[in-house]
Design a protein around this ligand. Structure first.
Ligand code: AMP
Ligand code: MG
Length: 355
């Protein structure tokens, strides 16, 4: 009788409870969560809309922890929040600024990729980005002389980290922005929170940055679609992945059109101060670290297909899908079996980049 009442109470809980079973022979009221039971949370963070999905035991509480962790990372890396660590760096009163291990870790990765790309990736691009209006939405094409002046402040080699003292020093007038890497890092942290909660199957969509934990409850791979960079409500291909981050950078993600009809995107080439124009429409990175995949997607987009291929051959540890301005598709050999064209790209040829 009592069990019946518990069961009817559970039934009235609706969709969240759907799929759960009362555990015969277990403690009173205890429930088994089948591996396929799905939970979702969605929210806005880091200037984007995020949807986190997890399955099975502890999925619901794990998702709450993952969401909290993402919000914490947002609080640390925001350029506008006066309490953020990055705001404190940009509005410093002393030359040397104390930083947390967390900031040091992400800064270290950013500087490594800057060095490896000879500055195509550079978090000190911020003053230039602001002049274009990408930080406020009040867009303008800056005067060439203004850009040249601001570019004097853009130089990752003038950011020095003291890992013993846990401090960072920047040259006068420099400002940094982690917009190309922090979202990827937050994906890693969300996955870590889910793992800590013993969740083994989850798919996180952080505004198009995808982070897959484990595999689907049925043991198959996750299917992650890549946007068509021209018809952006459509998809050009699908990747089959397990335990990977899939992160795309493309000029179509954020841009504005000037009076002459020229489009300017939010990814800036630090060697010119203008939007990167290296012949690619989008570059997707597939890797185990969301932080690295995020930084690399931006870095490789600025670098272009030839330098990106060189980078991949030299350092490896990730894969890429590249769509050129001619709408040619290039895929590194590590994922050639896991990638399928679709939509407007269905009948195209996939060029394989080999070591
Ligand atoms: P993503 O969408 O990951 O490619 O990151 C784009 C964001 O990275 C921009 O909105 C800027 O905040 C920042 N950014 C733009 N150009 C660069 C660059 N060359 N190096 C590092 N960060 C950049
Ligand atoms: Mg990025």
């Amino acid at each position: 009788m009592k069990n019946k009442r518990i069961l009817s109470w559970i039934m009235t809980m609706g969709i969240v409870i759907a799929g759960m079973e009362v555990c015969a022979g277990c403690k009173k009221g205890e429930v088994i969560v089948p591996d396929s039971t799905r939970f979702d949370v969605d929210f806005n963070a880091m200037d984007t809309y995020m949807t986190l999905t997890a399955y099975g035991k502890n999925a619901e509480s794990g998702l709450e922890k993952a969401k909290t962790r993402i919000q914490e990372v947002e609080g640390i890396f925001s350029v506008t929040d006066e309490n953020s660590d990055i705001y404190k760096i940009n509005h410093r009163e002393t030359e040397q600024i104390a930083i947390s291990d967390e900031v040091m870790n992400v800064l270290g990765e950013a500087l490594t990729i800057s060095e490896r790309t000879s500055g195509n990736f550079d978090i000190s691009i911020y003053p230039v980005l602001r002049e274009w209006g990408f930080t406020t939405g009040e867009y303008q094409v800056p005067e060439e002389s203004v850009l040249q002046e601001l570019l004097q402040k853009v130089d990752y080699t003038k950011i020095s980290v003291d890992s013993d003292e846990k401090t960072v020093t920047l040259a006068d007038g420099m400002e940094v922005d982690f917009g190309a890497i922090a979202k990827g890092y937050s994906g890693d942290m969300a996955v870590a929170a889910l793992k800590e909660a013993e969740v083994t199957s989850a798919l996180l969509n952080l505004g198009g940055n995808i982070q897959a934990l484990g595999e689907k409850p049925d043991g198959s791979s996750w299917n992650v679609a890549i946007k068509d960079p021209v018809f952006t409500s459509e998809y050009m291909g699908v990747l089959s992945v397990k335990d990977k981050a899939v992160i795309t950078s493309g000029g179509y993600e954020r841009y504005f059109e000037d009076r002459d009809g020229n489009t300017w995107s939010h990814i800036i080439d630090p060697s010119t101060g203008y939007s990167a124009d290296s012949g690619t429409m989008s570059i997707t990175i597939v890797g185990t670290s969301g932080m690295e995949a995020d930084a690399l997607s931006t870095a490789m987009y600025v670098s272009g297909i030839e330098k990106a291929s060189e980078y991949w051959k030299t350092y490896g540890g990730f894969d890429m899908v590249i769509i050129t301005k001619e709408e040619e598709v290039y895929v590194t050999e590590g994922i050639k079996e896991d990638f399928t064209l679709m939509g407007n790209y269905k009948d195209k040829q996939v060029h394989i980049i080999e070591k």
